[in-house]
Design a protein around this ligand. Structure first.
Ligand SMILES: *Cc1c(COP(=O)(O)O)cnc(C)c1O
Length: 396
């Protein structure tokens, strides 16, 4: 059997290569950070990590993790409800709830699991999920696993959302779900308007704060802070794998009864291993750091504004953004690849995105800013963009 299947797979892989969509992985031999070393020996400035607060290689988090290795060991060898719950897991859950101003939190191995396991236990075929067209793949998969009726609205399009809410009027319960920050443009969901529409049409709201937690809002509490909506949305999901230390882990935080039912019924929680105690211990330290100071948020916000201002002055076409994501529009797919590989030669590591990751003829380079970047790093990146931009006739 495998011989036939093998040639079938080889055919698909060939198609991916021919379409220019084959993903190669670059190998890093240093810790994650503003400056990284590749296995080729090249040192590059990293502008494509989700390491928004520069915590991926933070000494305090590593220290907290190390200490917990001594007093709680390495792994749990259990799901939470059998024997996979430590005091550290419980403490992190309550810290996350405190951070977001919610009632309770449930941890998962990843936000992919949080989103995968949130809809099916809560909603049935009598209910409706109204989902933004650009929501993350894990939300799309989670929605597919539930029996609820599905409605989709165009990205951040409030007229369309209203239309879908009218269509969903007959359903028993309605849940609007949106990413907080959309990862390809860096735009923020218009959560103020979403919550107003939810009130008007008697719906609930869920926000995935994966790209916004730690980043958006004066103190990094995400889009609910930006729009002053603390406690106004029923469900928030997020990841420990981006701004929050970058290791692994996800969570759902929100109304008490929702979290309680998820603990009883959410399949990725019930049937998948508990996160290691060291990740919980570092997570606790991370939330404490955020509560003690806004230093990292301030630096990130400064860096983002600085970079975007310089790039705009040079004449680059930047998508409107309120996050640490800066999409430098090039439109042409080939150009985006050429631009990114020239930047790498100049020591700037970024990724060019093109169809089908973004719409056709909307190719771009996505730059992700970090609190770990120093002004000299930003200046070096801007200079490299200027040089290559002129070389490739993107700017004058
Ligand atoms: C990254 C991301 C996820 C997945 O998070 P993991 O913890 O890495 O599984 C989910 N939702 C959104 C919006 C994301 O950006």
């Amino acid at each position: 059997m495998y011989k036939e299947f093998q040639s079938h797979l080889k055919g698909i892989i060939k198609e991916i290569i021919e379409a220019g969509l084959y993903k190669n992985e670059r190998i890093i031999v240093s810790p994650q950070g503003a400056e990284i070393t590749l296995d080729t020996g090249q040192k590059v400035l990293n502008f494509c990590a989700n390491n928004y607060l520069g915590l991926s290689n933070n000494g305090q988090l590593a220290e907290a993790a190390k200490r917990s290795l001594e007093d709680h060991g390495y792994g749990m060898s259990s799901v939470r409800f059998i024997c996979g719950t430590t005091d550290l897991h419980k403490k992190l859950e309550s810290k996350i709830a405190e951070f977001f101003g919610t009632e309770d939190t449930i941890l998962y191995a990843a936000c992919f699991d949080a989103n995968g396991g949130v809809f099916e236990p809560l909603l049935s075929e009598q209910d409706a999920i109204i989902s933004d067209s650009l929501n993350h793949a894990s939300i799309i998969d989670g929605v597919r696993l539930s029996k609820a009726q599905r409605y989709r609205y165009n990205n951040a399009d409030m007229e369309d959302l209203e239309k879908q809410l009218q269509l969903a009027r007959e359903q028993r319960y309605r849940l609007i779900v949106t990413d907080g920050v959309f990862s390809m443009d860096g735009n923020v969901a218009p959560l103020d308007k979403i919550v107003s529409l939810a009130e008007k049409y008697n719906a609930m709201v869920m926000v995935d704060e994966s790209h916004s937690a730690g980043v958006v809002g004066k103190t990094g509490r995400g889009v609910t802070e930006l729009y002053n909506l603390k406690g106004k949305v029923e469900i928030i999901t997020g990841t420990l794998g981006k701004a929050f230390g970058g290791a692994i882990g996800g969570f759902t935080t929100g109304k008490k009864e929702i979290i309680e039912l998820l603990r009883q019924r959410s399949r990725p929680y019930l049937f998948s291993n508990s996160i290691p105690p060291m990740v919980a211990a570092a997570g606790i330290r991370m939330i404490d750091m955020m509560t003690e100071t806004n230093e990292l948020q301030d630096r990130l916000h400064f860096n983002s504004e600085y970079f975007i201002k310089k790039m705009t002055e040079l004449g680059f076409d930047i998508k409107p953004t309120r996050s640490a994501i800066c999409a430098v529009m090039l439109y042409d797919a080939k150009l985006s690849q050429q631009f990114a590989s020239r930047l790498l030669e100049e020591g700037i590591y970024v990724i060019g995105f093109y169809y089908p990751v973004v719409p056709k003829d909307q190719a771009r380079i996505r730059v992700q800013l970090s609190a770990a970047h120093e002004i000299a790093h930003l200046d070096k990146a801007v200079s490299a963009f200027e040089k290559i931009g002129r070389e490739l006739k993107v700017i004058k």
